[in-house]
Write a protein that binds this ligand. Structure first.
Ligand code: S3P
Ligand code: PEP
Length: 407
C-alpha cells in the first residue's frame, strides 16, 4: 500500500464554525467538510423560515441547532431519524429551559423530536453570569451547544460541569473556535465562562479530520511490510482530540512523521506487545482501534467507552457482533473495562453489518488487507466521509460495485 489519501475536512469544526458564523452574521468559511452532517447543517441554517427541521442522524446538528433555534427565539420543530429519537437530549433541553427557552417534547420525554415555542427573557440574576450546572457524562455536545449561544445571552454564561466529563477535547475545540470568532470565554476546568461579548465576523479555514484519518492509520497497520501513506491537510497543531490516534497507532505499528505543519506520512514500525487505552477523550477512535488490535492479535484493554452505547448505534454491541464473525471479540470485564480478544482471527469473505453507523463501515474496511470481505450498506460513510470508497480505490483496493458518485 502506497500513495496519498485525501481525508475530508473536520465535521466537528465545520459544524461549530457554521453555527458561530450564523450567530456572528458573517465571516468566510473555507474548506468546509463535504460530510452529510455538515452539508445538512449548512442547508438547515439557510432555511431559516422552516416550520420543521430534520437533523437526520447527525448528533451535532440535532444538539447545536436545538440551542441555536431555542436561543434565537424561533417557533419551529426539530426531528431526526428513528435512532436520533433514541439519543438523549434532556440535559440540553433542561439547560436551555433555565435560560428562558420554551421547549416541548413531542415524542418521548428527554428525547427528540422537540417543539420550540419561543424565548422568555430571563430577569437578570444577581451574579455576573447566568449560571447552569450541566452533567458531562452523557454527551459533550450539550455543553458545546450551550457554550456557543453563550455570547448572545445578556449576562453571558457560566457552566459548572458535574460528573465524569467525556469528550473534553470537543469542549476545548468549541471554546477555541469561539475565541477565534472574537468570543471571550475561559476554560477553568470544572467551570466554563462566556462573557456577553458578541462574535465578530471572521474567516476560518477548517482543518482535515483526524477521526477520518484513523482509518488510514488502520490500513497502514494491517498492510504488507514496506507500505506507507501520505495524508495531506492534517494539522500538526490541531484542535481535534482524535489526533490521539498518533500515539495510539505508534503502539499498533504505525509511525507518524509530519512532513510539514499540514501533511503527515505514515510508515510501519514494530507494534507493542499489548495496548491499554482510555477513550474518554476520543470515543470515535474506539472502533478503529478495536478492529486493528483484534486483527493483529494484540491484547488490548479499552476503557472510557460509556458513550459508545448512545452513538449512531450501540457501538459496543455492534463491535461484539461483528468482531465475532472473524474470530475476535470485545469482552466486558466490568467496571468499565473492555478487552479485545482474538482467536485465530481470519478474514475470508465475511459480511459486516453496519447498523446505520459510518464508523462501523470504515473501521472494518481495512480488514480487506487480510482477505476479501463485504460491507453492508456502504453508503453509510456519507455521514462523515463521502469519498471514503473512492479514496480506497485510489490506494489500490478494488471494490465491487465500484464507488458510485453518490458515495
Ligand atoms: O462535538 C462533537 O463534534 C462531537 C463530540 C463527540 O460526541 P460526545 O460528546 O457525545 O461523546 C463525538 O463522538 C462526535 O462524533 C462529535
Ligand atoms: C458520534 C458521532 O457523531 P454524532 O454524535 O455527531 O452523530 C460520530 O461521528 O462518530
Amino acid at each position: 500500500m502506497r500513495g496519498t489519501a485525501q481525508v475530508p475536512a473536520s465535521k466537528s469544526e465545520s459544524n461549530r464554525a457554521l453555527i458561530i458564523q450564523a450567530l456572528a452574521e458573517g465571516g468566510h468559511l473555507a474548506n468546509l467538510s463535504d460530510a452529510n452532517d455538515t452539508q445538512l447543517m449548512q442547508r438547515l441554517l439557510q432555511d431559516s423560515a422552516a416550520s420543521e427541521f430534520d437533523a437526520e442522524d447527525a448528533g451535532t446538528v440535532m444538539r447545536f441547532l436545538t440551542a441555536y433555534l431555542a436561543m434565537t427565539g424561533r417557533q419551529t420543530e426539530i426531528r431526526g431519524t428513528a435512532r436520533m429519537h433514541e439519543r438523549p437530549i434532556g440535559v440540553l433541553v433542561d439547560g436551555l429551559r433555565q435560560l428562558g427557552a420554551r421547549i416541548e417534547y413531542t415524542g418521548q420525554e428527554g428525547y427528540p423530536p422537540l417543539r420550540f415555542l419561543g424565548l422568555t427573557p430571563q430577569p437578570a440574576t444577581d451574579g455576573e453570569f447566568a449560571e447552569l450546572t450541566v452533567r458531562g457524562d452523557i454527551s459533550s455536545q450539550y455543553i458545546s451547544a450551550l457554550l456557543m449561544v453563550g455570547p448572545t445571552l445578556p449576562q453571558g454564561l457560566r457552566i459548572w460541569l458535574t460528573g465524569k466529563v467525556g469528550s473534553r477535547p470537543y469542549i476545548r475545540m468549541t471554546l477555541a473556535l469561539m475565541q477565534h470568532f472574537g468570543a471571550q470565554c475561559r476554560d477553568l476546568g470544572e467551570v466554563l465562562e462566556v462573557r456577553p461579548e458578541p462574535y465578530q465576523p471572521t474567516d476560518y479555514t477548517v482543518e482535515g479530520d483526524w477521526s477520518a484519518a484513523s482509518y488510514w492509520y488502520a490500513m497502514v497497520a494491517l498492510a504488507p511490510a514496506g507500505s506507507h501513506l501520505t495524508l495531506p491537510t492534517l494539522r500538526r497543531h490541531s484542535w481535534q482530540g482524535d489526533q490521539a490516534i498518533v500515539g495510539i497507532m505508534e503502539q499498533l505499528g504505525v509511525h507518524t512523521e509530519f512532513l510539514s505543519n499540514e501533511t503527515v506520512r505514515l510508515t510501519q514500525v514494530a507494534p507493542a506487545a499489548a495496548l491499554r487505552q482510555d477513550f474518554t477523550d476520543c470515543p470515535d477512535l474506539a472502533q478503529t482501534v478495536a478492529v486493528v488490535a483484534a486483527a493483529l492479535g494484540i491484547p488490548a484493554e479499552m476503557t472510557g467507552l460509556e458513550s459508545l452505547r448512545i452513538k449512531e448505534t450501540d457501538r459496543i454491541a455492534a463491535l461484539q457482533a461483528e468482531l465475532a464473525k472473524f474470530g475476535g471479540g470485545l469482552t466486558d470485564e466490568g467496571e468499565g473495562v473492555f478487552r479485545v480478544v482474538s482467536d485465530n482471527f481470519h478474514v475470508s469473505g465475511q459480511e459486516v453489518a453496519t447498523y446505520h453507523d459510518h464508523r462501523m463501515a470504515m473501521a472494518f474496511a481495512p480488514l480487506a488487507l487480510h482477505g476479501p470481505l463485504t460491507i453492508q450498506a456502504p453508503q453509510v460513510v456519507r455521514k462523515s466521509y463521502p469519498q471514503f470508497w473512492r479514496e480506497l480505490e485510489k490506494t489500490g483496493f478494488t471494490t465491487d460495485p465500484a464507488p458510485a458518485p453518490v458515495f
